[in-house]
Design a binder for this molecule. Sequence first.
Ligand code: CA
Ligand code: CA
Ligand code: CA
Ligand code: CA
Length: 598
Amino acid sequence: MFTRERAFQLLWTIVLIVSLTAVVALNRRSAPTAAMTAASGGEARHGFRLEESAARAGVTFVHQGPTFDAQLEPIMPQVAAMGASVAVADFDRDGWQDFYVTNSAEGSLNRLYRNNGDGSFADVAAAVGLADVNQAGTGVSMGAVWGDFDNDGDEDLFLYKYGRPELFRNDGGRAFVRVSERAGLPRWVNANAAIWWDYDGDGRLDLLLAGYWPEHLDLWHLQTTRIMPASFEYAENGGRKYVFHNRGDGTFEETSAALGIQSRRWTLAAAAADLSGSGYPDLFLANDYGISELFINQGGKKFVEAGRESGVGRTPKSGMNASFGDIFNDGRLSIYKTNISEPGVLVQANDLWVPKVRAAGTGVVEYENLASALGLDLGGWSWGAQFGDLNNDGALDVYLVNGYVSAGERTSYWYDFSQIAVGHSRIIGDARNWPPMRGRSLSGYQRKRMWVNDGAGRFVEVAQEVGARDTYDGRAIALADLSNRGTLDVLVANQRGPFLIYRNAVSAGRHWIAFALEGTVSNRSAIGARVEVQWAGRRQVQEVSGGSGFSAQNDRRLHYGLGATSLVDRVLIRWPSGRSQVIDRPAIDRLHQVKEPQ
Ligand SMILES: [Ca+2]
Ligand SMILES: [Ca+2]
Ligand SMILES: [Ca+2]
Ligand SMILES: [Ca+2]
């Protein structure tokens, strides 16, 4: 039987064999800026311009990577390649968006940047008790997500690590109280992904925590080097998934087995939204070394894995990102999952899963991959990506960061990497068999991608033109309106690199509208609320998210570009409780605070 899987195996093998014979002469330079034309030309053409201004804003953070057991030393740069993350929220409720940034060396400090409202930021992590969270023996930070789990109005913080997961209760924006034991969190999980969601719609936020490495591993004290994925395509020896159901009394119960979410794939990214039209959030997992998984929510009581049936889980790749966007303004969310591509060696190409049919009830949506057709397929060694209307023209654009290990500038590990990739599982699974990196790069010094959606379903790449010109090893990206001016700024967390803030200047005459939602019956953070904005014969749907992209969380206020229109006809809100709300002709060019009607 010549199965589809067999075809992909063959294809993969052929690609790698080709790579063995190819001359991998990568000649990379990291200084593209000199050759670039003035960004003002880009602004005129595309309607916006990005200017990197982190240092000027007082943000001078440089991420430190982890250093594991010395037995991993030869391949340390690639196994210790994650941990830079960013999560946005207004933790002190002053109306200005703040952000939390993780650090990943033992003993290093995380940062909480409070927005001063004047274009500058101040690190208050130490003052509020969120800095010193990477002490030896507790593991190191990989990412964080904000959510008000006790519905008291203050955004609480969940921190996931290669190590001890932590929950911090926000006490009035002045201090964070560690409540991990009381909450009932496990002792040790090696995770790169977590999200807040209210999967059963009871008005209390639950937590999904997705393991990458198996949870029994202490990466600083290895008993064996047989810890690597068993396969590059079908590895199922990764970390388990946890669902923590919020009991409402400060404690959580672990419900993954009862819900049917029991994957051991190597998850790198997770995101939830109501993809099936049931009123409950479904769950998408982007997995490394294998296929993606799509768990369809059955009324908050059970999940059915529908990767194969829906199409999104048929082709094994190296999934790194999960984000949703209504790119055609037709009320349907597409899924963007990034993967690895290195021209001339391995081109997995990114996936843009576009729904083919509108689902009814709890039915499974069928998807087709239109990444190539729309021009979103090639992003290098891709990591985090987010949808957002950066030029306020009414169509969602995509910002993507990339790059794996930028080391020796004219050296490449790709040849050796390809050799291990075709090996037998017994060979791949043991870190001792992986060729030493010896200071070589692996898809390093890559140019970022900024795709502008032309509104007709075609994306044009404009990163260099609009000023997004760094070549650091990007991991997490989050979009946030930092200055409350109706423009989405870009926050980028780089592995072993500086944190970047691209301030976004949008051309005059482009309108917008934004919504800050607060649940009453629903969870107070309003995670899962769905807002449809209708204007000028168009409509766009967005959902409030408890984490998306790669190790990231956007500004949870929903932002819609409107182009030249002067009128929004109507806004439809579907709260997670199921309540509906209609707002007719809301004022444009402003943020609307909307509280769920009781
Ligand atoms: Ca604030
Ligand atoms: Ca709270
Ligand atoms: Ca719940
Ligand atoms: Ca746009």
